[in-house]
Ligand binder design. Structure first.
Ligand code: IVH
Length: 700
């Protein structure tokens, strides 16, 4: 890959030359990326590489219309360790809530009904007549395909739902995915979404080939599909039998249909594959019958499905139902029952979590359950083991449902080996040997070793660098344990102060891997607020809660100030925290409690000396009059239920609170309002009628 010695100045390039050079640069940079990230064998210096990228950017700035779908500049911020560029989805890709039985499904339709209020709306969500699009739930990985003027310009995996990985060149190799949409009726810009999957025959053939070549085989078609799509070399993707079903869409420059069913028809007309088993059902009973029908045909299908998805067909209702924190209110996945198998439980081991909890895990004789090899299963806690009388050596029943960790359902007592003993749960930490105690009323036993317990420290650090937190690749369990033992990393901030020269000297390391680690770490000196909160590992604060907190407080500074004030459980800040939908009192106590510990504050200060936390922005509608405002509803509303009003306000960027305070921007007053209206007047908070609110919320 050589190029003429002296490049033409960018100012002197004409369009034709620019176009040719951009094409060339895209190839050259991709080539060097591959050498660097995949093969670990760069051919050019970093400076030479940077010069290529700079030139690419300069040409693109002069000729913005020539930016290629596979341009290296679209890969800015690429996670260096994975080699994929990050793509922020124009609309988040959420997941679905699950229903496991008919009762859950009925509860779902009830919640849809409860959302509405007006008789004419209620008529459209009647149990017996509601229109529902029902589709098999494909077990693959979801993908978002951006089309501009009918052309595929960008494809991305779901990632964490907000940002995914750019896989355009790979998706271009799928026969089911049109490079150009057929027909004419498509909007100028649209994100078509669906599932990339692999059929079972193709999966078995692929594994057979890999086995022959001495390569590791894939556990199931879904892993095979994901592994095949996430290839740095699109030629590998092209050689794998991947397929695609379209079933949803993200941002679109114009409405595409009035019902989900029509949208599916559109997809077909545009040249996509749509699952032919999908069915438009009328009424909840019809939906349940569809589930039974698909369950019965499951084994005959050439691809894996793990349930059926129901979607409210009317898109106007869908729009109003909107989204809760992690999933839409207008759809649900009705899963198939879990699959079971029997195997021998060889040993019970006890793992120590980052808050010291002792978790028993069953080590099993490996067994295939629903196509996946299972070697370990969770035993939950000591009471569970006692209740089921699970012993080492027992024949046990294992159950696996979807992505859930396999569980031990029970023991086959007839096959219990003679002389087996009931399991005795340890009262000491298996790692630091401190006493492990169980507080009254608690199900878990915890190690009291605190900061001296290596297991807890290592688990906290592991959580800190994990994929959904700081996402530092190349710092796995083994390395963290070693670095912790050798006192290179004691606190999270230490990660950003590593001595890479010293690391290069360590056994098993070397210059290159030390540099790679350094790059992976340096790339994470800026982090979004939600990831940062999650990384702190506050008890009960998972990803969803971290997002809720980030969305509510928006900046680290505001959050911290509020949490310090929230130490006073009588005050405003404490109430505000408790008012966040999805945060209960118990959780609020843990969150505020984190800020009551001196060593945590020290940890934060130390860490903030090394990194920057960026403000939360995702999903904020830019021009809404309600963005950033705090709204309180009181009294009975007539046009919509309280839940719909709340959802609408949140969708427009407002925070909905349960009580009026000095921070309230608007109080919406329905019929028979009580004391809140008085309080608002006393505080000078702006009040409005339901009609005024409707006008504001509909942008009028
Ligand atoms: S709709 C906002 N329809 O299931 C809702 N999802 O558990 C968008 N999936 O991430 C999803 N088949 O990967 C939808 N017919 C189908 C589906 C489907 C499979 C997957 C998808 C999604 C996951 C959610």
């Amino acid at each position: 890959m050589k190029r003429a010695a002296k490049p033409v100045p960018v100012d002197e390039l004409d369009e034709k030359a620019a176009k040719a050079e951009l094409k060339h640069l895209a190839e050259v940079i991709a080539y060097h990326d591959r050498l660097y990230y995949e093969k670990n064998a760069p051919e050019i210096s970093d400076a030479a590489y940077d010069a290529l990228r700079r030139r690419n950017t300069a040409i693109e700035q002069r000729f913005p219309a020539l930016v290629r779908p596979d341009s290296p500049s679209r890969r800015i911020g690429a996670a260096p360790a994975t080699g994929f560029a990050k793509v922020t989805h124009a609309k988040p890709m959420l997941s679905l809530d699950n229903a496991f039985d008919e009762e859950d499904v009925r509860a779902f339709f009830q919640s849809v009904r409860n959302f509405f209020r007006r008789p004419e709306d209620l008529a459209r969500v009647d149990f017996a007549t509601i229109e529902v699009a029902a589709e098999p739930k494909i077990d693959g990985l979801s993908c978002s395909l951006r089309y501009e003027h009918g052309r595929l310009v960008l494809a991305a995996t779901r990632g964490d739902g907000i940002t995914g990985e750019e896989v355009t060149a790979n998706v271009m190799t799928l026969k089911d995915v049109p490079h150009r949409m057929e027909g004419r009726s498509w909007p100028e810009r649209i994100e078509v979404r669906g599932e990339v999957y692999m059929e079972r025959p193709g999966f078995f053939a692929l594994n057979a080939e890999r086995e022959k070549a001495g390569e590791p085989v894939f556990a199931n078609p879904r892993n095979a599909a994901a592994g095949s799509l996430r290839q740095l070399d699109p030629a590998i993707t092209a050689s794998r039998p991947l397929k695609f079903f379209a079933y949803a869409w993200g941002a679109a420059s114009a409405p595409i249909a009035e019902t989900h069913w029509q949208a599916l028809k559109q997809f077909r007309a545009w040249g996509f594959s749509v699952n032919p088993l999908s069915k438009l059902c009328r009424g909840v009973e019809a939906v349940l019958a569809f589930h039974r029908d698909i369950a019965a045909r499951r084994a005959e299908l050439p691809y894996d499905i793990d349930g059926v998805v129901y979607k409210v067909n009317d898109l106007e209702l869908e729009e109003r139902l909107g989204f809760a924190a992690r999933a839409p209110r207008w759809a649900i996945a009705h899963k198939f029952p879990a699959q079971q198998a029997e195997t021998v439980l060889k040993e019970i081991i006890v793992q120590v979590g980052r808050q010291g909890s002792l978790t028993p895990v069953a080590v099993l004789e490996p067994i295939t359950v629903g196509g996946v090899v299972v070697q370990r299963a969770t035993l939950h806690n000591e009471d569970e083991i006692a209740r089921k009388d699970i012993r080492e050596g027992d024949m046990v029943v294992i159950q696996r449902a979807g992505d859930v960790i396999p569980q031990v359902v029970g023991v086959v007592k007839e096959r219990r080996p003679k002389g087996s003993e009931p399991y005795v749960f340890p009262h000491k930490c298996p790692i630091c040997h401190s006493l492990a105690v169980r507080e009254p009323g608690e199900a878990v036993r915890r190690c009291t070793g605190g900061l001296i317990c290596a297991a807890q420290a290592v688990e906290r650090l592991r959580h800190f660098v994990s994929r959904d937190a700081f996402d530092i690749e190349g710092l796995g369990h083994k390395h963290i344990t070693e670095f912790w033992e050798d006192k290179l990393i004691k606190t999270p901030a230490d990660i950003f102060r590593l001595d890479y020269a010293a690391i290069a000297e360590r056994e098993g390391w070397g210059e290159q891997s030390a540099v790679k680690l350094k790059e992976a770490i340096e790339a994470r000196r800026a982090i979004t607020l939600d990831r940062f909160i999650y990384a702190l590992g506050i008890p009960q604060v998972g990803q969803q809660t971290a997002k809720l907190l980030a969305r509510h407080y928006r900046s680290f500074k505001r959050w911290r100030a509020a949490m310090e004030q929230a130490q006073d459980h009588e005050g405003e800040a404490w109430r505000e925290l408790n008012d966040i939908h999805g945060i209960g009192e118990d959780m609020a106590a843990d969150i505020a409690g984190f800020f009551a510990e001196k060593h945590n504050l020290k940890l934060l200060d130390d860490l903030l000396g090394e990194i920057t936390v960026t403000d939360y922005e995702a999903g904020r509608p830019p021009h809404s009059p309600l963005a950033g405002k705090t709204v309180v509803f009181t009294g009975t509303l007539t046009a919509m239920s309280r839940s719909e009003a709340k959802a609408r306000a949140e969708a427009l960027g407002a925070t909905v609170s349960g009580s009026v305070s000095g921070k309230t921007d608007y109080l919406v007053v329905g019929a028979d309002a009580g004391s809140k209206a008085e309080k608002a007047r006393a505080l000078g908070v702006k009040t409005m009628s339901e009609e005024e609110w409707l006008a504001l919320a509909s942008g009028g």
